[in-house]
Design a protein around this ligand. Structure first.
Ligand code: CUA
Length: 359
């Protein structure tokens, strides 16, 4: 439907059609959409059919002597059967649509249950921000997690016999946003001062993309969503990694690189730490994305630019986009809340070297 989503970050054409659902809420929405389309298409065809028939059948024909002003068709005033028919039929149609819509709402809008041991259920708090997504992993399988990451949501795949539903608690830090991954579930708004929730689950691993679906400012169009559905073992590995604090790590060979150490010093002494967190360091800012495991994410700037494209070495410092982002984010995502700090080329290079170690 909108294949250009995320085309900027990866050369994969992503399917974002609501008619190709992979999760129960998205399936319910597809069924409702198909039913509504069928009913309205039927009405459209009947009405337009009669209209076209009348235009042709009763067009002005000079040969029969019926010209404008000469005669008028018989005028009918009031007919009980006709009026009852054209009131009852639409009322019935609307009533059916209300009933199926209510059933769909019921299926889609499931309040999150209480986490408990062995429930295979993932609970994540999502905060919409201008213009990125913050994810705090609360519980999985009854176990408290409590780490925060950004922009790329990892969830476990469901298998035959083991369902692994995901419940999202949706909030906003600034203005209204809307969380929408069309193949997984419908749109749910993130509204300041209000808590919404949604759920989905899927047995199809892979990457599902979406988009903030509520206009939220200059970079609304670049508030992209990525949901990675991992196999159970991949998901466990990802969880274990995300829960670790990263820096400083004693005896880490990367500490031997003077420029990495300099980058760490620069990062921790600049304003970076006011907005960004790196767990295990004094960078505890919560205003921008948590960078603890930055290099485990495939994109930067909420899906706008590639962090490390497939097949390219992780340590490729020549990745100019990444350097450009640290140098001046406004050039890439104008209006975003990270300013250019006027760092020298050497400082930027050092900081990027340090960031590359945050895996
Ligand atoms: Cu966030 Cu639109």
């Amino acid at each position: 439907m909108i294949p250009l989503l995320l085309a900027s970050a990866e050369d994969i054409t992503q399917n974002v059609s609501i008619f190709d659902p992979v999760s129960p809420p998205a399936e319910s929405i597809r069924s409702l959409a198909v039913l509504v389309l069928a009913i309205t298409a039927f009405i459209f065809i009947v009405v337009e059919g009669i209209l076209i028939y009348c235009i042709i059948r009763f067009r002005r024909r000079a040969a029969t002597g019926i010209a404008a002003g000469e005669t008028e068709p018989p005028q009918v005033y009031g007919s009980k059967p006709i009026e009852i028919a054209w009131t009852a039929a639409p009322a019935l149609v609307v009533f059916v649509l209300i009933l199926v819509s209510a059933r769909t709402l019921w299926e889609v809008n499931v309040p999150p249950p209480k986490p408990r041991e062995g429930d295979h259920t993932l609970f994540v708090t999502v905060v919409g921000r201008q213009w990125w997504w913050e994810y705090t992993y609360d519980y999985y399988n009854g176990r408290r997690l409590g780490f925060t990451t950004a922009n790329e949501l990892h969830i476990p795949v469901s298998e035959a016999g083991i369902e692994r539903p995901v419940y999202l608690t949706l909030k906003s830090a600034d203005v209204c946003h809307s969380f929408w991954v069309p193949r997984l579930a419908g749109k749910t708004d993130c509204i300041p001062g209000r808590i919404n929730s949604m759920w989905f689950q899927t047995d199809r691993p892979g990457l599902y993309v979406g988009q903030c679906a509520e206009y939220c400012g200059t970079q609304h169009a670049n508030m992209l969503l990525r949901v990675v559905v991992d196999s159970p073992s991949d998901f466990k590995r990802w969880l274990d990694r995300q829960q670790k604090e990263r820096w400083p790590i004693k005896n880490d060979p990367r500490l031997g690189d003077e420029r990495v150490r300099a980058g760490a010093r620069d990062f921790l002494s600049q304003s970076c730490v006011k907005c960004h967190a790196v767990r295990g360091t004094r960078a505890k800012g919560r205003y921008g994305p948590d960078l603890t495991h930055l290099m485990s994410r495939r994109t930067l700037a909420s899906g706008m630019i590639a962090n490390y494209p497939e097949g390219r070495p992780l340590d490729n410092l020549e990745d100019s986009k990444r350097l450009a982002w640290v140098t001046d984010p406004q050039k890439i995502k104008s209006g975003c809340l990270m300013p250019a700090f006027g760092l020298s080329d050497r400082e930027t290079g050092n900081i990027v070297r340090y960031l590359l170690t945050l895996r």
